[in-house]
Design a protein around this ligand. Structure first.
Ligand code: XCC
Ligand code: SF4
Length: 635
């Protein structure tokens, strides 16, 4: 069928989130949204592409390869396992490059800040010495020197060519020894990404196992390198998150009728922090008043949203899935974006309203967007220029098009690894000991992380059902990224949601006033989970390595390549992960077996795939129970 014929279907698409649904229903059919495109394209994408057996790394192809059929190998003879491993490797390289290029930018911002070139300052002094120690910098020196050394070592994590990246020393001894024995300790972030791209081009690495082991090394460079640098230096610059109340979802207290609304979308918090500073600047408030608004209101989208939610309590309008719906409220004067997860379609949606799409990063421009480049060294001036563009749009807001459903939900967020230490550790001892004890005595069955994206191809709220099932079974849930926003919309980030937990978990949560689902931040903040898991091992009583812990991760609606990199570094770090609703290697049984079974033997953890909330829950709970049995703490 001509693909254009399929595009003719009408109907408002069904999406998982009822707020977005309300807004989509109010849009005319001439406005094509992402879910409408999913519906009109049909639901079955190309099977070769989806299962990983389409190779286009050279111009003899593209080759569509079928496992086990000699004639259907690639022209060069490449097997399905090789093609699948290469494609998987390129996802890992690209996802790792995204987190790491973000981390590098933070390191540059940090360097400029400690050299007095930005308006920012190092806020978190308590964490400073911990990070210094972890980076191998002497924490006992005077501050200007200490800060400069941290900046230099952090930058070196990216361009180092030999040796080991420093943060891997935070992992349990046993894990470090295993990595060294396997030869997967990352040398430097850039080197691992470049090497993996090299190895996966035509005619280089043609042993799927060797490629997949290289994927582990590159992914570890992301988790314990690029992402961890991003998290730690962001905490130093903008403050370590602590418990804070806020709101999520599209609604009147998040998007304001009487203010200039600016949505900030993307990933690097430095832009959002600067906008937050500028939005309260008296000069800007005055300018907003001149056009009839009460001031400038910020709302977050995607991971940038999570960053300012965690540190400032600025509300999150939406996760990845709501970016179009937020604009379609007709009440956004501007969407300010930097990098990653920004759909090209936002420009198309914005055209139907008065909304400006403002790009700020030289790496990411958009046709139809306005480019106002952001430079941390002139952060306030840049931020003001961006807000002025938004203020100028306010008089053009068409009241007849404004449709802001009132669906906001309260959340309590800010559960950095340090917050968890202090909250669960009690007021006077920052320690994981009480957490470990509650796991050992069975009050907490185990810990599960629900992370990652949301995806228009999934129409059910799998993450929400899954989280409810886990907490009902006394599993403490950690969350990051867009999954966290989804769980927030469902009300699970409120302390009152503890009533949905099983009796013994509820007792633990109520004693400290914690929600049953702990929001740990953006996707680079999955590095917090690596630190927390390592800390649980160091605390004692739960084995000697991460793979012995009754913990498990999942990404039930993964979408971005970044999610694959995250999954791979969790597995290589000893934490089993379950992804869904599908997996990008399934057309090669051989390569998939490596990821799902061989890795278990090598790393003590592996990938799994599930589709429904029940499938996820049963795999995850079984996994936790098996780990408990192996530790001898099942009853
Ligand atoms: Fe993007 Fe980070 Fe995925 Fe959300 S969860 S869709 S990667 S914004 Ni990270
Ligand atoms: Fe085909 Fe081999 Fe070229 Fe890939 S590398 S496109 S399998 S000929």
């Amino acid at each position: 069928m001509d693909p254009r014929a399929r595009m003719k279907g009408k109907r408002t698409p069904k999406v998982q989130n009822k707020t977005a649904q309300v807004i989509y229903e109010s849009l005319g059919e001439e406005i094509l949204t992402a879910p409408a495109r999913v519906e009109r394209r049909g639901t079955t994408p190309c099977l070769f592409g989806k299962g990983g057996t389409c190779c286009r790394v050279c111009n003899m192809g593209p080759c569509q390869v079928v496992e086990g059929v000699e004639e259907l190998k690639g022209v060069c003879g490449a097997s399905a396992a090789t093609v699948v491993a290469r494609n998987f490797g390129r996802m890992v390289a690209s996802g790792g490059s995204a987190h790491s290029d973000h981390g590098r930018q933070v390191a540059i911002d940090f360097y400029e800040t400690v050299h007095g070139e930005t308006p920012f300052e190092v806020k978190d002094k308590r964490k400073l010495r911990v990070v210094a120690q972890a980076l191998g910098v002497d924490p006992n020196q005077e501050e200007p020197e200490l800060l400069k050394q941290i900046a230099e070592v952090a930058l070196r994590v990216f361009n180092q060519q030999e040796g080991e990246i420093p943060f891997i020393r935070r992992a349990p001894e046993k894990r470090q020894a295993l990595w060294r024995e396997l030869g997967v300790v990352p040398r430097g972030v850039d080197r691992e990404v470049v090497e993996l791209l090299h190895r996966t081009t035509i005619g280089v690495d043609q042993d799927y196992r060797n490629i997949l082991m290289a994927c582990a090394r590159t992914a570890l460079a992301d988790g314990w390198g690029g992402s961890m640098i991003a998290t730690e230096l962001q905490d130093l610059l903008f403050g370590n998150p602590g418990p804070i109340k806020a709101k999520v979802n599209i609604g009147l207290s998040v998007i304001r009728e009487d203010m200039v609304n600016v949505a900030v979308h993307g990933h690097e918090p430095v832009l959002a922090e600067a906008l937050a500073m500028a939005a309260s600047d008296p000069e800007i408030v005055e300018e907003a008043k001149k056009v009839g608004a009460k001031g400038v209101n910020l709302a977050g989208i995607c991971c940038t949203g999570n960053e300012i939610l965690m540190r400032r309590g600025i509300p999150v309008a939406g996760s990845f899935l709501q970016q179009e719906a937020a604009i379609a409220t007709g009440a956004l004067e501007a969407v300010v974006v930097d990098v990653q997860c920004i759909m090209q379609n936002v420009v198309e949606i914005a055209k139907h309203f008065h909304t400006a799409v403002i790009t700020t990063n030289p790496r990411a421009k958009m046709e139809g967007g306005i480019h106002l480049e952001f430079d941390a060294r002139k952060a306030l001036d840049c931020a003001k220029a961006i807000l002025r563009e938004a203020i100028a749009r306010f008089p053009k807001r068409d009241k007849s098009k404004v449709n802001i459903p009132d669906h906001t939900v309260d959340v309590v967020v800010g559960f950095s690894h340090e917050t968890i230490l202090y909250m669960l550790g009690g007021r006077f001892r920052a320690s994981y000991k009480p957490l470990n004890e509650n796991i050992i005595n069975g009050k907490i069955l185990g810990v599960a992380a629900i992370v990652g994206c949301d995806n228009y191809r999934v129409t059910e709220e799998i993450q929400v059902e899954l989280a409810k099932e886990l907490i009902a079974n006394n599993v403490l849930v950690l969350t990051t990224g867009c999954a966290a926003t989804g769980l927030g919309r469902a009300g699970l980030l409120r302390p009152e949601a503890a009533e949905l937990a099983g009796d013994s978990l509820r007792e633990v949560l109520e004693a400290v006033g914690c929600p049953p689902v702990l929001h740990m931040g953006s996707c680079v903040d999955n590095s917090r989970i690596l630190v927390a898991a390592s800390e649980m091992v160091h605390t004692g009583g739960l084995g000697e390595d991460v793979n012995e812990l009754p913990v498990v991760g999942c990404a039930p609606q993964w979408m971005s390549e970044k999610a694959i990199t995250i999954g791979q570094y969790f597995v290589a770090s000893g934490a089993t992960v379950v992804f869904g609703p599908d997996f990008p290697t399934l057309q090669s049984q051989v390569a998939t077996d490596f990821l799902f079974h061989e890795m278990e033997k090598i790393f003590g953890a592996a990938w799994r795939v599930a589709r429904t909330a029940e499938e996820f829950a049963s795999i995850m709970i079984d996994h936790i129970k098996n780990k408990r049995k192996a530790l001898g703490i099942d009853k």
